[in-house]
Design a protein. Structure first.
Length: 284
């Protein structure tokens, strides 16, 4: 078993995380997020081609027309669905004209205008879903462990979500409904890591008076280090593959998972345990 003194750097770790959270909040309030059609509304155009072209080629054709880009996906044998952030009739007609000029045999088989009311409903449901999940986690861990364990478990979850949002704010990467799924997945992944470590802390709690909270937490972290590394790497490799080869449709989901996993591993090992050490030390 390794013998790394993680808690020696807990004050630096907590300070760094606090700075990242504050910076992310500032970005969210100043730059905001680049919301996709699921949140802002727009046009959904369903087309059919004689011979379906490559999605990248279609995106190049309409890139000069659609200011914020578009979500493009195959449909059926010869169809392509195009989702744009602009909900005006003029924008839709311009997209159709550009595609017809490039592909004379193309036909529009249907279109739909999605209003911003749908986006507002999605935002409300996302907020409610995350809030309910965090409250349920807080209650369960309080009953299963201790209240302080519950608090230091939930704080890193909020930390991970805010940092992921800050990343998307600074990069202005477009986000859609799949981003919500990624955020909820991040919460579950980070919590799983944190619970494994805190469960080992609970098992070693009987030696608190003899070892002290810092030595106890360090021992628990070293005992679970191999498991943390193995779990993180085996999950990280597929996520990196999604980031590289997943394409524009999965971009928001895959990058949210990547940032969330890195932040989640950090917060599980350093933020949750650092907060527990500080709490116990002040209580003593």
């Amino acid at each position: 078993m390794t013998n790394i003194d993680f808690m020696k750097h807990r004050k630096f770790a907590l300070t760094l995380s606090l700075v990242l959270v504050i910076a992310s909040l500032v970005l969210l309030f100043t730059k905001g997020l680049n919301l996709g059609i699921d949140f802002t509304g727009g046009n959904v155009i369903q087309t059919e081609f004689e011979t379906r072209p490559d999605i990248a080629e279609v995106r190049n054709v309409i890139s000069s027309i659609v200011a914020k880009g578009a979500m493009i996906q195959n449909f059926g044998e010869k169809g392509i669905i195009i989702r744009t952030n602009e909900d005006t009739e003029e924008s839709r007609e311009n997209v159709v004209k550009a595609l017809t000029a490039k592909y004379p045999g193309m036909k529009v088989t249907g279109f739909e205008k999605v209003g911003p009311v749908v986006g507002g409903e999605l935002r409300r449901q996302a907020f409610i879903g995350v809030t309910i999940a965090l409250v349920a986690i807080l209650i369960y861990i309080t009953l299963r462990f201790q209240f302080r364990f519950a608090v230091v478990s939930v704080v890193p979850l909020v930390h991970d979500v805010i940092i992921a949002l800050g990343f998307f704010s600074i990069t202005q990467m477009e986000i859609g409904s799949s981003f919500i799924a990624a955020i909820l997945t991040i919460v579950g992944y980070s919590l799983n890591n944190t619970i494994i470590i805190l469960d080992r802390v609970r098992e070693n709690w009987g030696t608190l008076s003899r070892e002290g909270i810092v030595n106890l937490v360090n021992k628990s972290l070293n005992q679970t280090l191999a498991r943390t590394i193995n779990t993180t790497l085996t999950t990280l490799f597929p996520v990196i593959a999604l980031c590289v080869w997943g394409g524009p449709v999965l971009m928001a989901f895959s990058y949210a998972m990547l940032v969330g996993m890195i932040a989640g591993t950090w917060s599980s090992m350093m933020v949750a345990t650092g907060l527990l050490c500080e709490w116990q030390g002040r209580k003593k």
